[in-house]
Design a protein around this ligand. Structure first.
Ligand SMILES: Cc1cc2nc3c(=O)[nH]c(=O)nc-3n(C[C@H](O)[C@H](O)[C@H](O)COP(=O)(O)OP(=O)(O)OC[C@H]3O[C@@H](n4cnc5c(N)ncnc54)[C@H](O)[C@@H]3O)c2cc1C
Length: 487
């Protein structure tokens, strides 16, 4: 490293090599001498939105990434420290040892309130050390500030439809097309990865530094967490870019029917890519390239970008209702009801199926997410933030912006939400979207032999199957919810 130009790429939620533009920039500028770092702060483990399952998947993703970096002659160091402290300690060490500092530090941009503050801190630290920072767009195809409202009122669209219109219009601009086309080598990369014949494109690793006694970090953190998964009680899906690509390929056979099947939870008709998007094993622009802009599917990706834009423009949304007056709603917040919802013993088969799918697999179908979120807020009159946090504790794809957006949509408190007077009827929803009851029966095993009517009719006696009575009456609760909003 001495007297040589080299760079550090700070990985965050861009845990992949192909199509990682800021890593690529650094690689070129540093003439292949770029190494990776990930700063994991163990205080994260005690956050209220922490999930053992998401964490296990994330550790596996880092392990895959490290192995991929190493196969190509590079390296990734995972340290247990806040990034500004980690960089400062490493640079101080280098200076004391008279080793040249990196010339470049790069990262992919993030838009969450916490990330924006963190990045500003790291940027000013780099300035103090005289190190050039380079950042690029990563997990969003179009960044929140790239929009221009037709009424001249800035870049923040508060309604999905005009936002998506502009999003789709932008797709045809040469600049955005180029962003998508830049992923043309993705498939080729994955084939080489699978065949174990990746080229040695990196020329630097952490070995010489790690060998020195007083280097502030050791390379044992990943191993430690890999071996300490005692709280994991579900099967964690295989992680990493290779697996994300496999999932993409698997979904290829289904995409034609996505438009029709995406709303039916028993169909397995959605991509299940969200878990990989969360860590950046794959990004939206790669997915769009692969499917060549299949319309309905792309619209769902636009929802994701819309919610990121909302969170960027209204960071206070993380804790508060987007519609300010609904901050005063007097939610009933009955704890034992909340417990029954979490355990999937509400006596509403579709709700219980969804909640058990979440508990048993770490994932839930989008239609059912909407139904259970509506049920918690409008039938049980419980604050959306309780449900939002529980989802974060359980979901492998738990992601602040789409989760907050989804919850505030269902609770009618959010940006472009479901109107408060249009309340989902869980019985009709289950009849419409799980008519044969295959989804319900898969997760609510005690109803496996019950007739279809038992699944969708509130008055059906389900006691022979030892299944509880509905814990509330939907019609009564719906009216109460509407009154809560009106008041
Ligand atoms: C209450 C609630 C909470 C949610 N929490 C999360 C969350 O924590 N993390 C998360 O990624 N998504 C969340 N969603 C959105 C959606 O449910 C998931 O993205 C989707 O179910 C993931 O499955 P999939 O990859 O098979 O989706 P597909 O149907 O295959 O969709 C493709 C991609 O589009 C995006 N997408 C699809 N639907 C939505 C949507 N409604 N909003 C935003 N993006 C969407 C996702 O990135 C997804 O991977 C939530 C929705 C609701 C109603």
């Amino acid at each position: 490293m001495n007297n040589k130009v080299w760079g550090i790429h700070w990985f965050r939620r861009d845990l992949r090599i192909p199509g990682n533009n800021s890593l690529r920039w650094n690689w070129k500028k540093s003439n292949r001498k770029v190494i990776g770092i990930f700063c994991f702060d163990s205080r994260f483990l005690s956050r209220s939105d922490f999930s053992h399952h998401r964490f296990a998947f994330f550790i596996d993703t880092l392990i895959e990434l490290k192995s991929e970096m190493q196969k190509q002659g590079g390296d990734l160091l995972v340290v247990d420290d806040l990034p500004h402290l980690a960089f400062d300690k490493i640079f101080t060490f280098l200076r004391e040892k008279k080793i040249s500092l990196p010339k470049f530090v790069s990262w992919g941009r993030d838009y969450e309130p916490f990330a924006i503050l963190r990045d500003q801190k790291v940027k000013s630290l780099m300035e103090n050390w005289g190190i050039e920072v380079h950042t690029e767009r990563d997990h969003l195809l179009i960044e929140p500030w790239e929009f221009k409202r037709s009424d001249g009122k800035g870049s923040f669209y508060q309604v999905y439809t005009p936002y998506s219109k502009q999003w789709f219009a932008k797709l045809n601009t040469p600049e955005i097309r180029a962003r998508i086309e830049s992923h043309s080598t993705f498939e080729h990369y994955v084939i080489r990865l699978e065949n174990n014949n990746l080229e040695k494109i990196f020329e630097l690793n952490w070995d010489t530094l790690l060998k020195q006694q007083d280097f502030p970090y050791q390379d044992s953190l990943l191993k430690f967490y890999e071996e300490n998964k005692k709280h994991v009680r579900i099967k964690i899906p295989t992680a990493g870019t290779k697996e994300a690509f496999k999932q993409l390929n698997k979904f290829k056979a289904k995409i034609e029917n996505y438009n029709v099947e995406r709303d039916f939870p028993s169909c397995d008709g959605t991509s299940k890519l969200s878990i990989f998007q969360k860590n950046g094993s794959i990004v939206s622009s790669q997915i769009i390239y692969f499917f060549n802009l299949q319309n309905q599917f792309t619209k769902e990706i636009v929802w994701r970008e819309f919610f990121y834009s909302v969170m960027y423009h209204r960071p206070e949304n993380e804790k508060k209702s987007f519609i300010a007056k609904y901050e005063n709603i007097k939610w009933e917040n009955n704890k034992s009801w909340f417990q029954r919802w979490k355990e999937g013993v509400t006596g509403f088969p579709i709700i219980d199926a969804g909640m058990r799918q979440l508990r048993d697999t770490g994932w839930m179908h989008n239609r059912v997410r909407m139904i259970v979120a509506s049920f918690l807020t409008k039938d049980l009159l419980i604050d959306w933030r309780w449900g939002e946090q529980y989802f974060m504790n359980e979901l492998i794809d738990g992601d602040l912006a789409p989760n907050n957006g989804g919850w505030q949509w269902a609770a009618s408190t959010g940006c472009d939400p479901q109107p408060y007077f249009r309340v989902f009827n869980p019985w009709l929803q289950s009849e419409k979207f799980d008519h044969e009851g295959n989804y319900i029966k898969k997760y609510v095993k005690e109803l496996r032999d019950a007739p279809i009517a038992a699944l969708h009719d509130p008055d059906f006696d389900r006691s022979p199957w030892k299944y509880p009575k509905p814990m509330v009456e939907h019609k009564i609760q719906k009216n109460k919810a509407i009154m809560l909003f009106k008041n």
